[in-house]
Design a protein around this ligand. Structure first.
Ligand code: AMP
Ligand code: ZN
Length: 492
């Protein structure tokens, strides 16, 4: 098996549309920027999927020994109701509806975001900058883009000149859109908009008198455009050119396309080497979204208070459900999919707990540990393929069960290695946790008690009682398995 330092990762780069070998710009150091949430609402499960996907990338890179600076911003200003620079600021609108200060909205939903991601056991980023904390940097960036000749000012607002940019670069190269098609498909807006061209986007917007989130600038009181903050903050903390830029697939256009244009306008090079996009979580076949109401909140899953699930599911099971799909595939959320994930998760965890009690008084191991271990790395090296990794983990669990049933053998040394590798992948890389939230551990404790009562009954030769316990549990979907050392259970 290759050592950890010898593992080579292939990452799918949305910019080239191919998998490329990952070579960091600065040796062992990796800079990764991921667009964070707009904090005007509770994060739904779809948002969480994207942040869990990048948590896996962060964890795996760290596991391989990279020193990762992971920057994930909080959008607390500048994101308007629609992405075309129109409408109210989302946070200001919520503040008006709830009759509170915009910063109270920001505080409330930032706390919710942190609490929810912590339940999913995602690691905090290295830096979590806010848009409102970087107004100075954003104004500076607008000045630089103006100086470079890629922007113009109209009535206190500053717009990025997309046509000018397209003369020396390609606007649309990330999302695969052609500027000519965009122009062709846009209805004539001349006279209605102060933009020179409908494809231009706002770098700085003049604040109307009623707009409460406003800052002074060389162009008068206003607020930054949504795309600007990510360029300002990624440059500040990672430099003009860094390794990985990520976000959900729906951010490719216009957000990331505009970030590339802003970055190239001032530094003549694309901000990031690898553009990574996580695919969408759907519900009833449609994208989960705040705006359409087609979403479910994580707490509704953990409490069981929702109309989709027949019972509560723990954060670990929900995380496991997400990891069973590759991050670039669409994943549909449903009660049946969660039931299947719960079964799989419980099987994996039982396999891990069995490791502690295996009989190792044998001289041979009927399992090619080295080959299996490399297969686990290969799965993650291949664009962070968690479903293939999980399939490999189940191969090991099957072997562990066979050892427990006396059909296979393992030496003490191999058991130690197997235990270490399984723990590394399950807990460190996949970030799964043993603890069962949502009250599940009470059920597990009760089940252990029933197993003990049945074993006592068997010792007393009271087979009527022991069979009754086994049969009634089986009817409830819980199957007991008697191993030479202990009795375990699986869900049917
Ligand atoms: P927002 O707060 O709307 O800016 O979204 C935060 C992150 O969640 C972005 O990276 C989005 O791309 C991502 N996101 C939004 N909806 C979904 C979804 N249904 N599935 C996966 N990711 C999503
Ligand atoms: Zn962003």
């Amino acid at each position: 098996m290759k050592s950890i330092a010898e593992q080579r990762i292939q990452i799918y780069n949305s910019l080239s549309g191919t998998k490329e070998e990952f070579v960091p710009l600065h040796g062992n150091m990796v800079g990764m920027y991921v667009c964070g949430p707009t904090v005007y609402n509770n994060v739904h499960l779809g948002n969480c999927r994207t942040f869990i996907s990048f948590d896996i990338i962060f964890r795996y890179l760290k596991h391989l020994g990279f020193k990762v600076r992971y920057v994930r911003n909080i959008t607390d200003a500048g994101h308007l109701e629609n992405d075309a620079d129109e409408g109210e600021d989302r946070i200001a609108k919520k503040a008006r509806i709830e009759e509170i200060e915009p910063m109270e909205v920001v505080q409330k939903y930032t706390v919710d975001f942190h609490k929810t991601l912590a339940k999913f056991n995602t690691l905090p980023p290295s830096i979590e900058p806010t848009a409102t904390g970087h107004i100075v940097e954003q104004i500076e960036l607008v000045k630089q883009i103006l100086d470079a000749g890629f922007a113009y000012e109209v009535e206190g607002s500053v717009y990025f000149d997309v046509l000018k940019f397209n003369e020396s670069s390609t606007y649309g190269k990330l999302s695969g859109r052609k500027l000519e098609d965009m122009i062709h498909n846009t209805r004539e807006t001349s006279g209605q908009s102060e933009k020179h061209n409908p494809q231009d986007f706002a770098l700085w917007k003049k604040a109307q008198p009623e707009h409460i989130m406003r800052w002074p600038s060389p162009w008068g009181d206003g607020f930054p455009g949504w795309h600007l903050e990510c360029t300002a903050m990624s440059t500040k903390y990672l430099g003009k050119h860094f390794d990985i830029h990520g976000g959900g697939m729906d951010l490719k256009f216009p957000h990331h396309e505009c970030e590339i244009a802003q970055g190239e306008a001032v530094s003549k090079c694309s901000p990031a080497n690898y553009w990574v996009h996580a695919n969408m979580l759907t519900l009833n076949g449609k994208k989960m979204a705040k705006s359409t109401g087609n979403n479910i909140l994580p707490d509704e899953i953990f409490s069981g208070k929702n109309e989709i699930m027949e019972r509560p599911f723990s954060p670990a099971v929900t995380r496991f459900f997400m990891l069973q799909a590759h991050y670039r595939s669409v994943l549909d959320f449903s009660n049946d999919a969660m039931l299947a994930s719960e079964k799989g998760f419980s099987k994996l965890m039982q396999g891990l707990s069995l490791l502690d009690s295996l009989d190792t008084a044998k001289e041979t191991t009927g399992f090619d540990f080295v080959e299996w271990s490399q297969k686990c790395f290969n799965a993650m090296n291949d664009d962070f393929n968690t479903p293939i990794l999980i399939a490999n983990l189940f191969d090991a669990v099957k072997f562990v069960q066979n050892v427990n049933d006396g059909r296979e053998s393992i030496t003490r040394e191999d058991l130690n290695d197997l235990q270490k590798t399984l723990h590394n992948f399950v807990y460190d890389v996949l970030g799964l946790t043993e603890e069962q939230q949502g009250g599940d551990h009470y059920l597990e404790d009760a089940l252990q008690l029933l197993i003990e009562l049945r074993n006592d009954a068997r010792k007393r030769k009271d087979f009527h009682t022991s069979d009754k316990i086994r049969d009634e549990l089986s009817k409830a979907g819980i199957v007991l398995q008697d191993g030479p050392q202990k009795t375990t259970f699986t869900l049917k």
